[in-house]
Design a binder for this molecule. Sequence first.
Ligand SMILES: [Zn+2]
Length: 270
Amino acid sequence: MFGFIDCHCHISAGDFDKDIDEVIENSQKAGLLALIAVAEHVGEFDKIIALSQRSPGFIFPCLGVHPVQDVSPEQQRGVVLQDLDAALPIIEKYKDHLVAIGEVGLDFTPRYISSETDKESQRQVLIRQAQIAKELDLPLNVHSRSAGRPTIHLLKEQGVEKALLHAFDGKPSVAMEGVKAGYFFSIPPSIIRSEQKQKLVKQLPLENICLETDSPALGPEKQVRNEPKNISISAEYISKIKGVSLEKVIEVTTQNALRLFPKLQSAIRR
Ligand SMILES: [Zn+2]
């Protein structure tokens, strides 16, 4: 019997500091086999590695620099190459532990972008991280917001072969270009309140779908902390849309995740 793999979560977020052990225990009780923990900025790299070492074979780390960086809790800006410069030595240090480079991507939400230059520096940071992933033979764990088409085009231009597009917010027709390139798309529990994600799942072949929670964000209820244990909500909704059994959704999405993140295989008992 297969369990779930959460292909994209922020288990290092401060939201989990108080009850992290309980959150992990509850996720295991809910049938999770593995959590893929992504990073947004260099400041949390050590914490993610420490969490993965505390739960070996269950929490698997990704390091990368997100297209949006915090200036303060209230203020964000687009990423610049200097953010990546600070991150590179730490990625290099932990490269053998990583299952992917991420969270990387493009975010063209108007409030983060004041000029074409801002978009260009996001592109440069993504291109550099795509090169690093290729050098390390790792997949990319990718964010795209208001930038579905430019993200998929850039990945293809850069010759990226292994990528997870997480919580993709673009049109199904654009996602299908990613499917042709062999990319996977992970679906969060917020699908139950997102018509766009429901349409996306209708179009995507199950062979290209993975599960994620993006915890603590993108839960079934807005403004409520999301947890990895909610992954079953994504799986159940996909099973309803696709008209296949829940078991089938779990089995196929887990096989997809193992194909995309082969380093998980050694740790997962079948
Ligand atoms: Zn994320």
